[in-house]
Design a protein around this ligand. Structure first.
Ligand code: ZN
Length: 409
């Protein structure tokens, strides 16, 4: 089959998977639900058609294996996730799974010096149990048995949900992979950002998955009458926070970080009262862990200095952190060579601001990711869109990357 036909087939398969949804008029496919079962049955059928040996693992990930003529050889893992957020697009995660299966179809007649395991991770988004990356965590040996007690919004525990799905919760995550088994992990994913579109490129090579920290800040001043207290005698918490937010934006634009204040709550929140207290958040990310760490120290000092100058109290609490994960440099180089060969353009190197399964699999394998342009960078949204021609480019690149690994090891 021609690559163009294969790309059209993948687009149709993405439409088909989107039918397995719990949401009327939209896409929602959460972990251990009937939709998960239906989608994975469909994926297993497509894997079988591509000549793969299929199985489901202990946490409900769907696998398909292309066995090397010498099955004791190491394994190249390729995949992405099949679950979605609420009111999702059709391509986040799913595109990477479908591309991997189709690549095996293209390579079906070629004997490779490694096994290939294609995986559809059953939970990346954390839609049902509010804990993300369950599928890949199990594969990487970091499934935590206390997760089994987490309940969904209907009070159903993960343990019960696994039993209802036909799994055995007591052995969840016991079939993990080891470093020795794996050659590398490849993942193709939509970019979920506007960089490739702005450069008019179909695909790009990922350098790293950004690390992130999130903070909750509390700033207190003194509430008072909006008419009677002169400006120089005020401790206006919101004016202080406004200055802090400006300094955050200024800092981020001059350093290799992105920073966002996404939530801001003013108390008492009345038109004629000087704000006495403000709670606000900061999300800060960088592909370089050292830069992220030093930026947080500098920024927090700056915010405290602003508070002191304005006689405000300032409290901060770190509420989340994830370390930056670099992609393997040799694999990046190989992706770049493949992309340049296929597109006749210089490969764009970009980092991922969003989290991916690859960042967990990095604990047990060298990882490498390829991003596919998506329209206006929109994701987690029914308007998520990719071009069939870009899917064709991504497929060719994935096939050529596998062949390159077969030659170079
Ligand atoms: Zn995703």
């Amino acid at each position: 089959m021609e690559i163009n036909q294969s790309a059209s087939k993948i687009m149709q398969q993405a439409n088909k998977l989107a039918e397995f949804t719990a949401m009327e008029g939209g896409l929602l496919r959460a972990y251990l639900t009937p939709e998960h079962r239906q989608a994975h049955q469909q994926i297993a059928d497509w894997m079988t058609e591509a000549g793969l040996q299929v199985w489901e693992d202990s946490v409900g990930n769907q696998w398909g294996r292309k066995v090397a003529s010498n099955p004791t050889l190491p394994t190249l893992m390729i995949g992405s996730h099949s679950d979605t957020v609420a009111n999702a697009g059709k391509y986040d995660g799913n595109l990477g799974v479908l591309l991997a299966i189709e690549a095996m179809q293209v390579l079906s007649d070629i004997d490779l010096p490694f096994n290939i395991d294609i995986v559809a991770f059953a939970d990346e988004e954390g839609t049902r149990f509010n804990t993300t990356l369950i599928g890949s965590s199990a594969v990487a040996g970091c499934f935590q048995s206390n997760w089994l007690d987490i309940e969904d919004n209907d009070g159903i525990s993960m343990r019960q949900a696994m039993l209802d799905f036909g799994l055995q919760p007591e052995i969840a995550g016991h079939d993990q992979y080891t470093k020795e088994q794996l050659l590398a992990y490849l993942e193709v994913h939509i970019e979920q950002g506007p960089v490739l579109e702005s450069k008019d490129l179909a695909v790009g090579v990922v350098t790293a998955i950004a690390g992130a920290k999130r903070y909750q800040f509390n700033v207190r001043g003194m509430a008072g009458h909006a008419g009677t207290v002169p400006l120089d005698l005020r401790q206006d918490a919101l004016c202080g926070v406004a200055q802090m937010i400006s300094s955050i934006e200024y800092f981020a634009s001059n350093h290799d970080v992105v920073a966002t204040v996404g939530k801001c709550e003013v108390k008492p929140g009345a038109v004629n009262v000087i704000p006495g207290e403000v709670n606000f958040t900061l999300d800060i990310r960088s592909q370089d862990q050292a830069i992220l760490e030093s930026s947080c120290v500098t920024l927090l000092n700056q915010l405290e200095a602003i508070a002191q100058e304005r006689q405000l109290t300032f409290q901060s609490e770190k509420i989340y952190q994830a370390e930056a994960v670099p992609c393997n440099s040799k694999l990046q180089q190989q992706w770049a060579e493949v992309v340049e060969q296929q597109t006749q353009k210089e490969a764009c190197l970009l980092h991922s601001g969003a989290g991916h399964d690859a960042m967990v699999i990095a604990k047990i394998a060298d990882i490498a990711m390829l991003f596919v342009r998506c329209e206006k960078g929109i994701s987690h949204n029914p308007r998520e869109q990719v071009m069939t021609s870009d899917v064709g480019v991504a497929l060719t690149c994935l096939v050529e990357m596998v062949k390159k690994l077969a030659v170079s090891g």
